[in-house]
Design a protein around this ligand. Sequence first.
Ligand code: SF4
Length: 393
Amino acid sequence: MISLVPSGIPTSSSKVVSKNNSVFNLGAPFQKVTISSKEIFDYPATQRILENLKKYSMVPADFKAPEVVSTMDSVHAIAFDSATAVAPNNHPVGFGKNILHLTTQPGTSVKQCPGSDNMLCCHYHIINLVSNCPYDCSYCYLQTYLTQPMMTFYVNEEDIFDQVRKICERPPVSLLRIGTGEISDSLALDPLTGFSEKLAEVMTNYENVRLELKTKSKNVDHLLNLKRKDHVIFSWSINPPEIVNKEEHGTSRFEERIAAAAKVAAAGFVVGFHLDPVIYFENWKDCYERAIDYVLKNVPNEKIQWISIGGLRYLPQLKPITVRRHPDTSIYFEESVPGSDGKMRYPRFLRTEMFQFINDQIKSKAPQIYTYLCMETKPVWEKALARLPDRTF
Ligand code: SF4
C-alpha cells in the first residue's frame, strides 16, 4: 500500500495548522499533486492548471511535478491514511481535500439533477468537471457521497464540452439551466482551472440555456469580462453570518459573498441566492431577517433572478462523520425526522414555519423576486409558499 500522507497533513500526533491563501481564501496550498497516468500531461487543461498552481502558490515550495498514482491506489491510500489523521482530516473526504488529483472522466459528465424521491424538482442539469471541494461545511453531503475523495479535476474538458453541446442542441422545451456546483463549489478553485470561462464560451451560441455558477466564494474577478453576460447566472449559497462563521469552514464570509454579488451585478450579470441549508438555532428569525435585509439593500433587486430556500437535510450516516470531524457543530441541536427519500429533515411543521417566515421576509421587501423551495414536498410547498413549483426562473 502506498502512503499518501504528505508531510503537511496532521496525523494523530500533530495539530491542524490553519494557513491561508489570500487569493482563494483557503487553507492552501495543496499538500500533494497527483495525476492518474502519464497521458494526463497531454491535455491542455493539465498544462494550464499546473501553471496556475505555481502562479497562485497553491503547491508546496519544493513542488517539481505531479506524481503518477492510479486513481484507485489514491482512493485506497486515503482511506487507510485518514484513519490515523486528526480532525478534520480524519475522514477520506476531509483528507482528500489536501490532495489535488488530475484525471479524466470517461463516462457521462452532464446529467439531469437526480433530485430526491417524492420531492418536487426544478429540472436542473449538472456538469461535473471538479469533484470534492476545498471548503469544509460541517453539513456537506459530499462526506457521505464521494467514493473518490481526492480534490479532483477532470482534464478531458473537450469531451465534457461536447456533451454540453449535445444537450444544448436539443429542441428547447423550456429554459435549460445547467450548473457546475453539485459535487464541488463552482468558483472556489475556478481561477486555477479556468473551466467556467471555457464553459460559458461553449454555451454562447445557444439561446435557451443559462449557466449557473453556484458558490460560497468571492472569486469572480476573472469572469467579469465574459462575452455574453445574459447567459451566465452567478449564484451564492448564503446563510446568516452566525451560521457561516460556525459551520462553513474556509468559505468566503457572508459580507464577502454579497460584495461579490454586487460586483457581478454592476458588471452586467444577473444573480441568484440559495438560502440553503436553512438551519434552526436560537434567534433564527432575527438572524435570517437581518441577512435578507442585508442582501436586498446591497444587491440591486432587479438583478436578483431568484432566491431559493432549502432546509437542512442529510443522510443519517452524516451525523457521526460531522461530529467526529467538526465536534463543535450546532447543526444537530434540533430534532430531525427521516423523510421518504431517506434524508433527515426538521419536522414538517418547523420547516413550514421557517420557509414561510423567510419567504414572507423576502416578499414583503421585494415582491417581484421569484422564490422557490429546494427538495421539498408538495404539502410544504402549499403551506409555506401557497403554490407549487413552475419553471419560470
Ligand atoms: S461549499 Fe458546498 S460542496 Fe463545498 S464543502 Fe460547502 S457544502 Fe460542500
